[in-house]
Write a protein that binds this ligand. Structure first.
Ligand code: FPP
Length: 255
């Protein structure tokens, strides 16, 4: 079985950092710091598995309401990641992008993001996106408004929506993984997840490993994905075939 036939784009909600730290009597930010060190491993594994796209939920629009210290830590972790991983991203021809509203990030971090996005925009390797300052509803409202500015006369279509999302060629999500035990989508990639397979693991993000990631991808690639249809074949077992034959005979008699 080739996993890439079924799973091309994986999105991850990296949840459970705060609880992971609190369970160890540490401040919540400790969990984020530990969690950020896992990110690079998972990116590498996604690349090794031949995935086309990996989108990581690093900071949601709702996360703005967290304590300032926690928000600042998350900003700093993003900056550190950009500085530390830049060479590897370039070497592996990974196309890097941040989706969301980053206008409130410190200028040096925005400059690092812009630089890396520009440097990697033509790369054909893994599409790595960080959702930062991201909300699925905001993304859709932003897309509609962007479109309306230039097309006031025409009805809005699915293609128009896709063309105006933060990253138009990102494509639908095939698999959403959420760590930390909760079973929610939390305003993540609402449009792109219309037919995503969902996988919820109790593992908290700082304990998530390449092995668990790989195992989930293999497990889910065995699922049948029907996209609202009845599947590849309408398989009738023998008893159904017999029932159908009897029905046809009855129809003959009573016609
Ligand atoms: C949710 O855990 C996680 C986040 C809000 C942030 C996720 C961020 C990282 C894993 C690190 C970011 C790294 C980079 C490189 C940008 P939570 O705090 O809600 O956990 P809880 O549910 O246990 O409280």
């Amino acid at each position: 079985m080739n996993i890439n036939d079924k799973i091309k784009h994986v999105a991850i909600i990296m949840d459970g950092n705060g609880r992971w730290a609190q369970n160890r009597c540490r401040p919540r930010v400790w969990g984020h710091i530990r969690g950020s060190s896992i990110v690079s491993d998972i990116v590498e594994e996604a690349d090794d598995l031949g995935l086309h796209a990996l989108t990581l939920y690093a900071f949601s629009t709702e996360n703005w309401s967290r304590p300032l210290g926690e928000v600042t830590t998350l900003f700093n972790l993003l900056k550190k990641f950009l500085l530390k991983e830049r060479r590897k991203i370039l070497k592996n021809r990974v196309r890097f992008k941040v989706i969301g509203d980053v206008s409130n990030l410190p200028l040096p971090t925005r400059e690092l993001i812009n630089k890396l996005e520009k440097e990697t925009k033509d790369f054909k390797g893994l599409k790595l996106s960080f959702a930062f300052g991201y909300g699925g509803r905001n993304e859709m409202i932003n897309a509609v408004n962007k479109w309306a500015q230039s097309n006031p006369e025409r009805p809005f279509s699915e293609e128009d929506m896709e063309a105006n999302l933060y990253q138009p060629d990102l494509g639908d999500v095939d698999l959403l993984i959420r760590t930390g035990g909760d079973q929610r989508i939390s305003n993540f990639l609402l449009w792109q997840m219309a037919y995503a397979e969902l996988f919820f693991t109790p593992t908290k993000w700082p304990d998530f490993t390449r092995e668990e990631f790989r195992g989930i991808i293999y497990q889910v690639s065995g699922r049948e994905r029907r996209f609202g249809t009845i599947g590849a074949t309408e398989s009738l077992d023998e008893s159904c075939l017999l029932a159908r034959k009897n029905l046809e005979e009855l129809n003959q008699i009573y016609r």
